[in-house]
Design a protein around this ligand. Structure first.
Ligand code: TXE
Length: 486
C-alpha cells in the first residue's frame, strides 16, 4: 500500500474532497515512492482562510518573537539534517553527499539570516519645520511561493525565510515532482511554535500554481522555475498587480583566461556542469577557454571526468552523479545531445544514458562534454538542465565578453584569472546578476541572488530581499494649524 501524503493547512494535514492524487517517483529507481493529494477547491479555500488567520496573528507579533520561532526552526532543521537529506535524495535523485552538505544547510542558513533581520526592519523620519514625516516598512499580507524540483527544501526555505521574517504568511506549492521537502519544512515550523496558517503547503501541478498566481488574496508571488512558466505566472499575477520575484533559467558563461589556474578552472567547469547532475539554474554550461590554455584545460577536464565521477545509487556516500528528475527530462537531455552531434559539435566525452549497477532503474545520463562548439548551436544557446558542457575557444577579451553576453538569459557568470584588474574590468561588463571570480556556485544567505534579462526579477537572500517582502508607508504629521484657501 503506497503511503499518501496530503496538503498541510493550518498546522496539520487535511483531506481534499475530490480524492484526486498524483504519484511521486524516485528518479534513481523509477519506482513510485508515495502519492500526494491535489489541493482541490476545498483545500484551496481552506488554505486562503488559514493564511488570512495566520497573517493576522503573525504580523501582530513583535518581530523579535517571530525571530525566536524562526531560530527554533533552524535548530530543528539542523538536528534533522541527515534524515531530511535522505528524503530529498529519494525525491530528487541527487547524491546524498550533496543533499547532506548543501540542501538543508543552505535552507537553514537563509532562515537563520532572516531571523536575525526580523527585529531590525525599520523606516526613517525627517523634520519638515514643525511638521514631520516618518515611514513604516509593513508586511504585504499572504505571499505565494512556487518551487522548482531541483532544490526542493532549499527553495521553500529561501522563499519562506524573508516572507515570514517580514511578518507575512505564505502558501507554498512545491513542484509536483518533489513535494516532500516543503511538507517537512511545514512540520518543522509548527514544531518550532509557529502559529497555524503562517506557512501552508498545497500540492499540485501548474493548475494549482496558476490558482495562486491569480488569487486576489495573494499579495505577492515568488516563483522559481523555467522562463516560459515565469512569464505565465507574471501574466496571471498582473491581473491583481501582485509583486513578483522571478528566479528563472540561465545559460551562463565561465571564462577561463590564459593566466588561470588550470586545476581550479577545471574544478569550476565540473562543479558548474556536473554537480546535481547539471540540474542547477546558475550552471556555467558555456565554458569559454582561451586558446593558449585550451589543450591543457581539455586534457585535465577529460582525465578528471573519466576518473572522478561515480554515477550510482544516490543514497551511497561515494556517488557524486545522481539520476535526472524524470524519464521525460532524461529523454529531453538526450535529445539535446543528439542535436549537438547533428549540428557539428564534437562529442569529447559521454553522451549516453547509463544504468549504473547500483541503480539499474534510474534516469541517468553520463557527464557529457562537447568541443568544436559554435555560438549558434542549440546546445550553446538553450538551457539543457543536465550534465552537458559546451566548451568554446576564444582569443580576445572584448570578443569573449561580447559572446558571453550574447544571450537572452543573464543569471550567472564566472571567470578564472590571476589578473585582478582583468577580473573586475571583465566582470563589470558581464550582463549577469550573480558573478563568481576564481570560484563557482557558492550562494551564501548573505549574498543576494537573481537574474538580469530573461533570467529573473528581484532577488533572494541578502538584506536586499527584505524590500521584496515589505511595502513602504509614508506618514505625514501636521503639527501646525492646517491652512486652507477654501
Ligand atoms: O520548472 P517549471 P521546473 C529553473 C531551471 C529550469 C527550471 C526547472 O533553470 O529552467 O527551473 O524546474 C509550477 N502557473 N530554476 O521544471 O516547469 C510547477 O508546478 C503557476 C531556476 O520545476 O517551470 C512547478 O511547481 N505555476 C532557479 C513550478 O511552476 C506553474 C533555480 C516550476 O515548474 C505553472 C532552480 C503555471 N502556469 C531552477 N506551470 C533560479 N533561478 O534560482 C507550472 N507551474
Amino acid at each position: 500500500m503506497t503511503q499518501c501524503y496530503r496538503n498541510y493547512i493550518h498546522g496539520k494535514f487535511v483531506d481534499n474532497t475530490t480524492g484526486e492524487t498524483f504519484e511521486v517517483i524516485n528518479p534513481a529507481t523509477g519506482e513510485v515512492v508515495y502519492e500526494v493529494q491535489v489541493a482541490d477547491e476545498t483545500v484551496q479555500q481552506a488554505a486562503i482562510e488559514s493564511a488570512r488567520k495566520g497573517f493576522a496573528q503573525w504580523s501582530a507579533m513583535m518581530p523579535v518573537e517571530r525571530s525566536r520561532i524562526l531560530y527554533k526552526a533552524v535548530a530543528l532543521l539542523r538536528e534533522q539534517n541527515d534524515e531530511l537529506a535522505r528524503l530529498e535524495s529519494i525525491d530528487t535523485g541527487k547524491p546524498i553527499q550533496e543533499t547532506i552538505a548543501v540542501d538543508i544547510v543552505t535552507g537553514a542558513d537563509a532562515i537563520e539570516f532572516f531571523a536575525g533581520l526580523a527585529a531590525s526592519i525599520e523606516g526613517n523620519q525627517q523634520d519638515l519645520g514643525g511638521d514631520f514625516y516618518y515611514t513604516r516598512r509593513e508586511p504585504l499580507g499572504i505571499c505565494a511561493g512556487i518551487g522548482a524540483w531541483n532544490y526542493p527544501i532549499q527553495i521553500a526555505c529561501w522563499k519562506a525565510a524573508p516572507a515570514l521574517a517580514c511578518g507575512n504568511s505564505m502558501i507554498f506549492k512545491p513542484s509536483e515532482e518533489t513535494p516532500m521537502g516543503a511538507m517537512q519544512l511545514a512540520q518543522v515550523f509548527t514544531r518550532a511554535g509557529m502559529p497555524d496558517g503562517v506557512f501552508n503547503v498545497v500540492h499540485g501541478d501548474g493548475r494549482v500554481g496558476a490558482w495562486l498566481a491569480e488569487h486576489e488574496a495573494i499579495a505577492k508571488v515568488s516563483f522559481t522555475g523555467e522562463v516560459g512558466t515565469g512569464k505565465k505566472v507574471m501574466a496571471a499575477a498582473s491581473n491583481t498587480l501582485k509583486d513578483v520575484t522571478m528566479e528563472l533559467g540561465g545559460k551562463s558563461p565561465l571564462i577561463v583566461f590564459q593566466d588561470a589556474d588550470i586545476e581550479e578552472a577545471v574544478s569550476a567547469a565540473m562543479l558548474g556542469n556536473f554537480y546535481s547532475q547539471g540540474e542547477v539554474c546558475t550552471n556555467c554550461t558555456r565554458v569559454f577557454v582561451h586558446e593558449a590554455v585550451f589543450d591543457a584545460f581539455m586534457q585535465q577536464l577529460l582525465e578528471r571526468t573519466q576518473n572522478n565521477i561515480i554515477a550510482g545509487d544516490p543514497l551511497h556516500p561515494d556517488t557524486n552523479l545522481g539520476a535526472l528528475i524524470s524519464a521525460k527530462h532524461r529523454d529531453l537531455v538526450l535529445d539535446y545531445i543528439e542535436q549537438g552531434k547533428q549540428e557539428g559539435a564534437t562529442l569529447a566525452y559521454g553522451g549516453s544514458a547509463i544504468q549504473p549497477h547500483s541503480a539499474p532503474g534510474g534516469y541517468f545520463v553520463e557527464p557529457t562534454i562537447f568541443t568544436d562548439c559554435s555560438d549558434d548551436m542549440t546546445i550553446v544557446k538553450q538551457e539543457i538542465f543536465g550534465p552537458v558542457m559546451s566548451v568554446l575557444r576564444f582569443s580576445d577579451e572584448q570578443e569573449v565578453i561580447q559572446r558571453a553576453n550574447n544571450t537572452s538569459y543573464g543569471l550567472a557568470a564566472g571567470l578564472m584569472t590571476r589578473d585582478v584588474r582583468r577580473a573586475h574590468r571583465v566582470v563589470h561588463q558581464l550582463q549577469a546578476g550573480i558573478c563568481w571570480v576564481n570560484s563557482y556556485g557558492a550562494s551564501p544567505a548573505e549574498m543576494p541572488v537573481g537574474g538580469y534579462k530573461l533570467s529573473g526579477i528581484g532577488r533572494e537572500n541578502g538584506i536586499e530581499t527584505l524590500k521584496h517582502f515589505t511595502q513602504l508607508k509614508a506618514v505625514y504629521l501636521g503639527m501646525n494649524k492646517l491652512e486652507s484657501p477654501f
